[in-house]
Design a protein around this ligand. Structure first.
Ligand code: 6GU
Length: 230
């Protein structure tokens, strides 16, 4: 069995996460005590009368920033002084690319903290004082860090031993060996005239393995030629 992962998420929209950790594999991981998720509402760390969490940017321009003080207060409260220090992650389009290798790495940590930005993001001093890693999902912009944090947690948690029913099902995922996954089929053999490739029904394990490898390579070359060259 693998380790246990504690995940803290700081957000202005805590309800966003209600459904995510209550279904399927992530729920099972929580129930099995492999995953322990805590959601923190940044608004609760504001001190002004209006519970204001965002503000205009110095220098002007459209778009607000998350104010630094509530975030500093939240971090000081939730991050204990004990070691080991958690890894603090800030999902942002300005981050380095998040990929399967990063997910594998995160799955081996014991305590992750995600700071979800919104609007134009957070005050840079928050990043400099608290954040260990900035990751981006890809070259497009999301409305906030919540969906990105959920993606990163999901991809890391499924790599913790004991989370997936069959550990092998992660070993030949897409991106293992820099290949996309091959096509898969289940019953029936004949679906109103749509048939299954005969080799998969042959019982010949070496030929099946070869077919899967060749179709995976073909698909990768066609759709993601840059993966092949890694
Ligand atoms: Cl990590 N955050 C946001 N807000 N937008 C993104 C992203 C992250 N990755 C790609 N776009």
């Amino acid at each position: 069995m693998g380790g246990k992962l504690k995940v803290d998420i700081l957000t202005l929209f805590p309800q966003f996460f209600d459904s995510i950790f209550n279904y399927s594999i992530l729920k099972r991981a929580c129930d099995a005590d492999i995953l322990d998720v805590n959601i923190f509402d940044l608004r609760e760390y504001t001190t002004d009368r209006h519970h204001q969490a965002d503000d205009y940017r110095f220098g002007g321009g459209a778009g607000m920033l998350l104010k630094p003080e509530p975030i500093f207060r939240a971090f000081k409260n939730i991050i204990p002084d004990v070691k080991p220090k958690p890894l603090i992650i800030y999902p942002t389009p300005q981050g380095i690319p998040f990929n399967q290798d990063v997910a594998d790495e995160l799955s081996k940590e014991t305590h992750l903290v995600f700071l979800c930005g919104h609007y134009k993001g957070v005050d840079q001093r928050v990043i400099e004082r608290w954040v260990d890693r900035e990751y981006s999902l890809g070259d497009y912009v999301l409305t906030g860090g919540e969906i990105a944090a959920a993606v990163m947690v999901d991809s890391a948690v499924r790599m913790i031993p004991g989370v997936l029913g069959d550990i092998d099902s992660a070993l030949d995922d897409s991106f293992r060996h820099n290949l996309l996954d091959c096509p898969h089929y289940t019953r029936p053999e004949n679906l109103n005239g749509l048939s299954v490739p005969g080799v998969l029904l042959s019982g010949h394990h070496r030929n099946i393995a070869l077919w899967r490898k060749i179709t995976a390579q073909f698909l990768t070359k066609k759709r993601r030629p840059e993966l092949n060259k890694k």
